[in-house]
Design a protein around this ligand. Sequence first.
Ligand code: LLP
Length: 413
Amino acid sequence: MSGFTFSSGGATCDGVDAAAVAAAEGTPLYVYSAALVVDRYRALDAALGACPHRVHYALKANSTLGLVRLLRSAGSAVDANSGGEIAVALRAGVDPVDVVFTGVGKTAAELEDAVRIGVGVINAESAGELARIDRIATARGVRARVALRINPGIEADSHPGIVTGGARHKFGVPIEDAGAVCRDAAGWSGLDLVGVHAHVGSQLTNLDEVARTASTIARFAQELRAAGLALEHVDLGGGLGISYDGTPALPVEEYARVLVEAVAPTGLTLLVEPGRWIVGPAGVLIATVVDVKPQRGSRYFVVLDAGMSELLRPALYGARHRLERLTPRSGPEVTCDVVGPICETTDVIRLGQSMPLPEVGDLLLVRDAGAYGAAMASNYNRRALPAEALVEGGGWRLIRRRQTVDDLLACES
Ligand code: LLP
């Protein structure tokens, strides 16, 4: 099996000692398994095999160039959420036609560029955006390929910060209005309305809402076709969740079955935009203990050289990532609040972790950090963005070096 293997006080990534990578490259450090990224992409692609489909990896989960190149070579297309993500995709060698451009607030410049380079499809968020794309395309004498993002009014079961399909969420066009918007847009000279799109949330572990969304959107697509619109695809977004706590995850085959069951009867191509499921379990964050201090009540603070600036998820969503020790320690287990170095009380990595008391200099590893880890890292407190290493073929290489002070100041006068 590709990926990470843990023992008490150690970890390997595809046979490479994780502590050795950290010793060579320093911490905080993201480490990814190239083999696991590719295996997971292939597993999802294979699970959808019964239906004409295309996997568009959601770059927002992790758009480090080396990973995007890897997924492109494996055959993946991409979902980009900004002009910046489109630029990364192009640098990674992605063909513009393999880009779906999503995003709730695309600027005029981003839309102009997307039409100029000919992205595969722009997932429009509103009637206004469709009109803006139409004007741009008409002025250039081309037809832009567009899909409409539908808000199906389905509240998925996930963290409230990452559900997107409810009636009061900002995403897409309410399904009650979407038919009229699509029929209108289908008559415009600058547009080819080729699909419908929905994405109702992320870290979905309950298939009920996934199934309801898939059948609602597939039915909606059929209604449009019955009205004479020549659709090509149904894009059901991303969202498949992973297990952060080690309990069995939703099998990818079940997720795929639900999507295929809804879309296959339409004869349309199924597009999916998975991010987390592909890269989440394939990446870890390694950090060094920089301080250990007792609190009241036989509890300790273990302070790392990584915090919310490297991995925002615990601070932002109360996410709980499993921790592993890379430095063996015996001794009784004590309760540790593992925190970062930032001047914020919310700057935690994991509260209430039971483990033998670490010492300054020990290495800790945060699991399942491949998605929305490095991608959401920031320079808060003027901290350098961490380095990222890709383990591949029995060795590793840096796919992003650690920032320097010059990098931090590069845009300032
Ligand atoms: N497509 C669209 C339109 C999206 O908005 C998203 C994620 C995806 C695809 C990919 O979803 P995934 O397969 O990764 O669940 N920062 C949060 C997650 C935010 C997800 C935003 N949209 C986190 O750390 O949990």
